[in-house]
Design a protein around this ligand. Structure first.
Ligand code: RP5
Length: 171
């Protein structure tokens, strides 16, 4: 998908601190595409472009965005800074971008002070995938069709495990 900033009529903003985060964040956009959820990709940094980040955070709700997914690595302040400037639900993904393998980003993202929540997912690809599924679950509260798609997704996952179980062989 071609990235575009501040699209109209999107439900989910997928934000990242650097283009180097894209291979991880693609796990989130793939899920959103599979569920047919309108989304946009935004590149902005808490440290390198603080004013751009503020502009994005302050205008997201007014544009109709319902959930913001944020991935950042290193001293990952992006999700918290965005959450401090909106009342939309913010889902954070710690990216493994440094020698600390994401532990730095995990702690920076999850350890928010009381009053400013960031729903923090796992480090890396699983976190990005779950961020999109969590956003879908939030949106499904008011969307029966999406809720049915989520139920079908969970059932298929269970069936796949059963299939894999049957295919297990012992040597
Ligand atoms: C963070 O620093 C970004 O989210 C990225 O994960 C990390 C490294 O960024 P680059 O130096 O690769 O642009 O702000």
């Amino acid at each position: 998908m071609k990235a575009n900033s501040a699209k109209k009529n999107v439900l989910v903003s997928v934000v990242m601190g650097s283009d180097s985060d894209l291979p991880i964040m693609t796990e989130a956009t793939k899920v959103l595409e599979d569920f047919g959820i309108d989304h946009e990709l935004i590149l902005t940094s808490a440290h390198r472009t603080p004013l751009r980040t503020t502009k994005f955070a302050a205008s997201a709700a007014g544009r109709g965005v319902k959930v913001i997914i944020v991935g950042a690595g290193a001293a990952a302040h992006l999700a918290g800074v965005i959450a401090s400037q909106t009342t939309l639900p913010v889902i954070g993904i710690p990216i493994n971008a440094t020698a600390l393998n994401g532990l730095d980003a995990l702690l920076s993202t999850v350890q928010m002070p009381g009053g400013i929540p960031v729903a923090t997912m796992a480090i890396g690809k699983a976190g990005a995938k779950n961020a999109a599924l969590f956003a879908a679950r939030i949106l499904a509260l008011e969307d029966k069709e999406l809720s049915a798609k989520l139920s079908a997704y969970v059932k298929k996952m269970a069936k796949d495990v059963e299939k894999k179980h049957k295919n297990l062989t012992t040597s």
